[in-house]
Write a protein that binds this ligand. Structure first.
Ligand code: 9WO
Length: 255
């Protein structure tokens, strides 16, 4: 897969894509990330990419032409069709479902705004989709582009090591993750739940599923409405609720 990022700070994208799973995906050739600077396509001695907003007010707006010329160069660099995604708080929220969809594409162009944003006419003419990573304002789209790249990279076939698995992840089935423990078994902060030490893989799987369902119910009940629960899942959640209610009655336990 190839991802092109149009940004005034291509070094920021390159730097962030250099570590961990994303860095490895690039090294293994599973993913290519290219940064493009609209300033390189701007005219004149000053290579201006921004100008004052019509109607007045503070800040600057990114001009149409440097972005448009830059996007033309990006498209010309590869024949595969490439939808343009503008990272902005005005877009629909990124979800794991959307990440899976994007990860299956051959090519993407991510457009990062700075200042107060991009001239609306450029967005209407050149942008296929807007995406938000959450309801907050950043100083630019770059951190959001890095989030999108990270989430996509780890879904590329061969990006995760044997120890990691995208299948068991939080959200892959619409539920939150279960808790995790490692050595030591006994610690001043508490003991590892007995079931995880039992070696009974069926019991362990049952416990993890129950914890995932229970945490989702406690922390993100909105996700449970969307998750398609099997009758077995509903029974596990019911068991969790009973344990939870019992623990509230008996507040000396560590549950
Ligand atoms: C500024 C602003 C101020 C008050 C109310 C709403 C506002 N929106 C913006 C805004 O979009 N500023 C920008 C900075 C212009 C485009 C790039 N910037 C940006 C992208 N900030 N935050 C994002 C972003 C992108 C994806 N997901 C979350 C946030």
């Amino acid at each position: 897969m190839r991802i092109d990022v149009v940004t005034l700070f291509p070094d920021y994208i390159r730097y962030c894509a250099g570590f961990g799973v994303v860095g490895r995906a690039l090294e293994r050739g599973l993913l290519a990330v290219h940064g493009w600077n609209p300033r390189d396509y701007a005219e004149g001695n000053y290579r201006r990419v921004d100008d004052r907003p019509f109607g007045g007010g503070p800040g600057m707006v990114m001009m149409i032409d440097p972005l448009r010329t830059c996007l033309q160069a990006v498209r010309a660099a590869d024949p595969a069709p490439a939808p343009v995604i503008y990272l902005s708080p005005q877009g629909p929220r990124l979800t794991q479902r959307k990440v899976r969809e994007l990860a299956g594409r051959e090519r993407l162009i991510l457009l990062c705004g700075r200042y107060e944003g991009v001239d609306e006419r450029l967005i209407q003419a050149e942008v296929d989709e807007e995406l938000s990573i959450g309801d907050y304002v950043l100083s630019g789209g770059e951190p959001a582009a890095v989030v999108v790249i990270d989430a996509i990279a780890r879904l590329q076939e061969g990006a995760l090591g044997d120890a990691e698995s995208a299948v068991q992840d939080s959200f892959e089935d619409g539920l939150l993750d279960c808790p995790h423990y490692t050595r030591p078994v006994e610690h001043a902060l508490g003991r590892v739940p007995e079931v995880l030490l039992s070696g009974n893989h069926a019991e362990i799987a049952r416990w993890r599923r129950m914890e995932a369902l229970g945490r989702t119910w406690l922390r993100r009940p909105d996700l449970l409405d969307e998750a398609r629960l099997s009758p077995a899942d509903r029974a596990l959640l019911e068991a969790f609720r009973r344990q939870y209610a019992a623990a509230l009655e008996e507040p000396d336990g560590d549950a």
